[in-house]
Every structure is written in C-alpha cells, then in structure tokens.
Ligand binder design. Structure first.
Ligand SMILES: NC(=O)c1ccc[n+]([C@@H]2O[C@H](COP(=O)([O-])OP(=O)(O)OC[C@H]3O[C@@H](n4cnc5c(N)ncnc54)[C@H](O)[C@@H]3O)[C@@H](O)[C@H]2O)c1
Length: 369
C-alpha cells in the first residue's frame, strides 16, 4: 500500500510518498530526478547502522552510485560546525548544481541537510528520507530547514523545499518507544488544530499505533502529511495559516530552552505538553469548554506520554522566567506574544494579543501542581 500526497507549490511542487518497503524501492523512486547516476547521502550514525545499507543497495540495484556521510546523532548536531562539515563534504564529493542530495534520518538530519542543500552552490535539490515519526509527519514536509545557535533553536535557516519525500512506515519499527511517542505529539497536534474526527480516531487507535499496527501507522502518517501539505500549499512562508502548525510551540520552545535542549525534554514531548497548556489557556480565556483541556490531557496520559510540566524531570524556572524565554521565540511579533489558541478540538486560530496575566496563571498552576 502506497499513499501519495501532493505539496502544490507551482514549480516547486513535489510528492510525499508514504508506504511500506519504500526504502527498498528508493532507487526506482529517485531515478527520475537524476541527471547522472550518482547521489550523496547524509545521515547520522544510529540511523546509518540500521538503514543505510538497505538504501545504498536499493540505489545500486538501479545503477545509482552513492557516497555517504554519517554525522553524530542528536539535536546537538544541528549546529554551525556540522553544517560546515556537511556542506564541505558535499563539495568534496563534487556535488554539482543539478545533482541530488539525500537526507536519511530524523528531523535533525532533515533540517541540517536541507539547509546545507539550500546554500550549497546557491541551492541544490534534495530528497527527504525521514526515519522518525516526527520527521515523517512534520519536519520532512514544508521546506523549513535550519540549525540551532547559542541564541535559540532554528533561528538560522532557509525555506528550501525537497524534490521528493519518501516516508517508509517500516523504518519506524526500529524507533525507540520514547522517540515514537515524541513524534506522536505532532500527530495529536494535527487533530487538535484542525481535524476533530482525526483526534477522535487517535483516541481510539492511538494505543494500536504505538504498539506497531502498520495500517494504523500508515493512516496516521498520511492524514498528518495531508494536513501539513494542505496548509503549506496555501501558505508556504507562514504569512497566515501556517502559523497554526505552531500549536503548543510557544510553550514548547520556552520549555526546551529551559531544559537546555537536553534529553530531559524531546521536541515532540514539549509539543504535547504545549498543546495541553494551549488548551488550558484557551479554556481560561473562555474560548473553549473546560472539558477540552481535560480531554487532551487524558489522551496524552492514556498514551503514556509526558502531559504536564511536572512530568519533566529536574528543576524548572518560574512562570516569569518561562514567559521571558517565550519572548525570545521567533514567533514574537512586535513584542507581543503570539499563541495558537483553540475554540475547541479541531478549531485552532492565531491570537496575537493574549493577556500576560492569564498566561502567567496557567504556568503558575502548572508549575505548582
Ligand atoms: N523543519 C520543520 O518543519 C520541523 C518541524 C518539526 C521539528 N523539526 C525539528 O526536528 C528535530 C526533531 O526531529 P526528531 O525527533 O526526528 O529528532 P532526531 O532526528 O534527533 O531523531 C530522534 C532520535 O531517533 C533516532 N532515529 C531516527 N530514526 C530512527 C529509526 N528509524 N530507528 C531508530 N532510531 C531512529 C535518532 O538517532 C535520534 O536519536 C528538531 O530539531 C526540530 O526542531 C523541524
């Protein structure tokens, strides 16, 4: 079973192919993009050990030669040093303007390699081969690429759309449970922001998804990608609707910064906690019912996910300090905090003028409880 979702962006349109055994078919899928039978692959050590041989033999089977660079795994890799290393390696491999670079890995590799492809020879094409759930449902689609700096996450980057995305559901089998659940935070986000029926379905099928049900995983990834592709096609550079994808992210980025982008809190875990907080904030502002935040939290808990700020191990700064960290977020517009709020499950909207006192009380209570 193979699903195809189109990202419609005029000349920069591309397909997201989602299905089983896609890595083994990668040569056939990628061949039509190539001007010469040669690609450079950038991946990271953990993913390379598990999936690089399958990719390289699939390419070889179609007569496509490949070289590969494996960077260290982890968020710390998304930095200037590895951007330079990756870009210079691609130059050493004599990657030319018309060549194609393959990014095999999770969101860290997709973001870093995508950015490197954006600046290499003023832009070369690249293919995303996302291997984590988060990368399959979110980061591989939409063309946001970049790295982290001392000043914050994803503050340096470029919009650079891939030429193709190949999301092989089977590679998720090797993903650690914690990383799977982190990606699931982004899946839940799609239901919460714009598809109440999808959230209903996740409430029923979430446990099957977690335990490896392939049909459920295919459906969840496909629906998530359809939603992201639709939004990106309508608003590529986040002038409006695309901001909805940031549901939970203002809280998430403050919490990630407060925990030093460490193992204490993975990105998708922060998104899940952030979504619960965004619904709590929406409820206190009288925008959605009081039951909505409880429902969100109940589902996250049923999935065994981090749900509340207190689920983050170790000490955290107070509400005021967290709000200050939000102030450094790039979603700040003219000094005002921008939140994505909801009028109910599946009905998110952008709010630019959220009262600071209510945000403070939500955080105070979350930190205290
Ligand atoms: N560009 C975007 O639009 C966008 C959107 C959301 C998140 N992001 C970025 O994505 C990053 C997070 O992505 P992530 O959660 O995929 O992180 P990641 O790339 O670090 O992957 C998470 C972990 O899973 C491992 N892994 C990946 N695939 C595996 C597999 N198939 N089997 C076994 N292990 C595997 C990795 O080695 C790593 O330890 C963050 O940097 C975030 O900023 C970008």
């Amino acid at each position: 079973m193979l699903n195809t979702v189109a990202v419609d962006l005029g000349e920069r349109s591309y397909q997201v192919r989602i299905g089983h055994g896609l890595l083994a078919r990668a040569g056939t899928e990628i061949a039509p993009l190539l001007r010469r039978q040669r690609v450079a692959i950038v991946t990271e050590d953990s993913v390379a050990a598990l999936h690089l041989p399958a990719l390289q033999s699939a390419l070889q089977a179609e007569g496509i030669a490949s070289t590969a660079l494996a960077l260290p795994p982890g968020e710390g890799t998304k930095n200037w040093e590895n951007l330079a290393r990756c870009t210079e390696w691609l130059l050493e491999q004599k990657v030319e303007r018309k060549d194609v670079v393959l990014a095999l890995g999770g969101g860290v590799i997709g973001d870093l390699v995508g950015f490197s492809a954006a600046i290499l020879r003023r832009g070369v094409r690249f293919v995303q081969l996302p291997t984590s759930l988060l990368a399959q449902v979110d980061s591989s689609v939409g063309g946001k690429t970049g790295i982290n700096t001392a000043q914050g996450k994803n503050l340096v980057g470029a919009f650079h759309q891939p030429s193709l995305v190949l999301a092989d559901i089977d590679v998720l089998d090797t993903l650690a449970d914690r990383d799977f659940l982190s990606g699931y935070g982004e899946v839940v986000k799609y239901g919460l922001l714009g598809d109440a029926a999808f959230f209903d379905w996740l409430e029923r099928e979430g446990p099957a998804l977690r335990s490896g049900d392939k049909a459920a995983r295919l459906r969840a990834v496909t629906r998530s990608v359809e939603m992201k592709a639709g939004i990106v096609s309508r608003d590529e550079t986040e002038e409006g609707e695309r901001a909805l994808l940031n549901l939970g992210h203002t809280f998430c980025h403050a919490l990630e910064k407060a925990t030093g982008y460490s193992d204490r809190l993975l990105h998708g875990e922060g998104v899940a906690i952030g979504c619960a907080l965004a619904f709590e904030l929406s409820s206190r502002l009288g925008l959605c019912s009081q039951e909505d935040p409880s429902r969100v939290r109940a589902h996250l808990k049923a999935m065994g996910m981090k749900t509340d700020i207190r689920d983050i191990p170790g000490a955290l700064p107070g509400a005021e300090a967290l709000i200050a960290l939000m102030g450094q977020d790039k979603k700040v517009v003219d000094g005002k905090l921008r939140f994505i709020l909801a009028r109910g499950v599946g009905h998110a909207f952008v709010a630019d003028d959220v009262p600071g006192d209510t945000v403070r009380s939500v955080l105070d209570d979350a930190l205290r409880s």
